[in-house]
Design a protein around this ligand. Structure first.
Ligand code: SF4
Ligand code: SF4
Length: 488
């Protein structure tokens, strides 16, 4: 049973500070973070946010607490630290993977879940760069997923925070609701009201999270529905289901139509069931377990009925969540096996195209392309070679690498909405590295990254053409001019 202590601000001595906790942490951690004033300042990163002022005892209940065996895999070596975006920003142990694992450990030992502990968990982007870097194979993804579920179930977020999160989760996973907003938003963009409001400084007066929402909105074009069935060009090699996504379907419909055309050109019959809903990725990554499970069950049913060999995904976050359905539904006797079988069929677009091998000739596209690894593609799914290989197969196209490729751009699902300040810092850092490549076009495989990087570049007063990898492959297959990608 959850016990909440100290309604309202707790006495200082009772508030187990995460930085103090760190002083008793694993060997090699600083004795007292507050000893160095610079470090103390960095340790306060994010401390200005609204906090609940309560401590939940014990931190974790019995339902899927972060597992002790997984925690014990961490040998505190610190190899993950330089790739952790929050550690890179603030140099604070408790905002590193090692520090967060330590907080999970003391949570298991009976320490209260308090505002500071939740802050350090919330500030994690869930980017999984630490998983790539870790030589001990620590499954940080499972640990943070379990922790977030505990936080969402047990920690009473402040009212404003709850309301904002409720808005996000009542809106984004529902394409029909997003579609209702599309018209008014397009009108707002076309009327240039936003530009004028920005010039007049009105948007600066919005609370940070609402301002981030406004800034991140992509330029909306015409809706482009994907046919329910796109026949294979030539002999059929596979029958594949296609996830059309929520944000992707409504805000980037051209990415879905390009995806279907490329797959069809390479011999796939593409089925995009009109009844499909959200895959549950946003909910899963935010710790909303029951909601994510409900979306997962529905998606499994939809694609099972479609009778497909594979399920193709063109959004990195969605693909990584769908590959985890087996774990998400492990306690459900009616779905556990079906979920495992389903996850085994899921492929990222570039993963499937490379697995199949190209059939349609690629026409030349003389372009210098900066490839941005979306974290949920490279770190969570381990897919790095395939998109590069698919792009390099286009004659005349040069792929340029971005420095610090392993560090997140700050998008990270809903992170750039709920933690806009660190997200913007990471976006700025990534934008500088992207510009340094001197590329003509930035290409990635995740709608969130596209929105985040466009915003970051605009903040620097720069514009750079951007495309999803599906659009570049589609242009090469159709023999389109490079200008079709650059002049948009
Ligand atoms: S998931 Fe990313 S932000 Fe979170 S601890 Fe790992 S590297 Fe750091
Ligand atoms: S690299 Fe792995 S084992 Fe080393 S501190 Fe990070 S999570 Fe722990």
């Amino acid at each position: 049973m959850t016990e909440q202590t100290g309604q309202g601000p707790e006495p200082a001595h009772e508030r187990a500070s995460a930085t103090q906790i760190g002083a008793r942490g694993p060997e090699g951690l600083p004795d007292e973070v507050g000893a160095d004033p610079g470090q103390a300042e960095r340790a306060a990163a994010g401390a200005g946010r609204t906090e609940a002022g309560v401590a939940v005892l014990p931190a974790f209940d019995e339902h899927h607490a972060p597992e002790q065996e997984l925690i014990d895999d961490c040998v505190h070596c610190g190899f993950c630290l330089p790739t952790c975006p929050t550690y890179v920003l603030w140099g604070e142990e408790m905002d590193s993977p090692r520090g967060r694992i330590y907080l999970m450990e003391i949570g298991r030992q009976g320490e209260a879940m308090n505002d500071e502990m939740v802050r350090h968990f919330d500030q994690c982007l869930g980017c999984m760069a630490c998983v790539t870097a870790c030589p001990s194979g620590v499954q940080y993804g499972k640990l943070i997923e379990a922790t977030r579920q505990q936080v969402e179930r047990r920690y009473p977020r402040p009212r404003r925070d709850r309301a904002f999160r409720a808005l996000i989760f009542r809106l984004f996973p529902y394409p029909a609701r997003l579609r209702l907003l599309r018209g008014p938003l397009r009108l707002y963009q076309r009327s240039r009201l936003g530009v004028l409001a920005r010039r007049a400084g009105l948007l600066d007066r919005l609370p940070g999270r609402l301002a981030a929402m406004e800034r991140l909105l992509p330029e909306l074009g015409r809706p482009e529905p994907v046919p329910e069935v796109t026949p294979a060009a030539g002999a059929r090699r596979r029958r594949v289901g296609m996830l059309t996504g929520c944000v992707q379907r409504v805000f980037f419909p051209e990415v879905n139509t390009a995806t279907a055309r490329v797959l069809a050109a390479d011999g796939c019959e593409v089925v995009a069931p009109a009844t499909q809903g959200c895959c549950g990725a946003l909910s899963l990554h935010a710790g909303r377990e029951a909601e994510a499970q409900a979306f997962a069950r529905a998606a499994i049913g939809t694609f099972e009925s479609a009778g497909v060999d594979q399920v193709v995904v063109n959004a990195a976050g969605c693909g990584s969540a769908m590959k985890e359905y087996g774990h998400l539904l492990r306690d459900d006797p009616a779905f556990a096996e079906r979920a495992e079988a389903f996850s085994a069929k899921v492929r990222d677009l570039s993963e499937l195209l490379v697995e199949l091998g190209p059939v349609a000739p690629r026409h030349p596209l003389p372009l210098r392309v900066a490839w941005h690894d979306a974290c949920h593609l490279s770190h969570a799914q381990g897919i790095r070679a395939q998109p590069r290989a698919a792009l390099k197969a286009i004659p005349g196209l040069e792929v340029r690498e971005i420095a610090e490729a392993e560090i997140c751009c700050g998008s990270a699902g809903i992170y750039n909405l709920v933690e806009p300040e660190p997200a913007a810092e990471l976006g700025d850092r990534k934008a500088a590295n992207v510009l340094a490549t001197g590329a003509d076009l930035l290409v990635t495989a995740n709608p969130g990254c596209l929105m985040q990087l466009r915003d970051a570049l605009e903040r620097r007063g720069r514009r750079l053409a951007m495309a999803h990898v599906a659009e570049v492959l589609d242009a090469a297959v159709r023999g389109a001019q490079p200008a079709s990608l650059l002049d948009r």
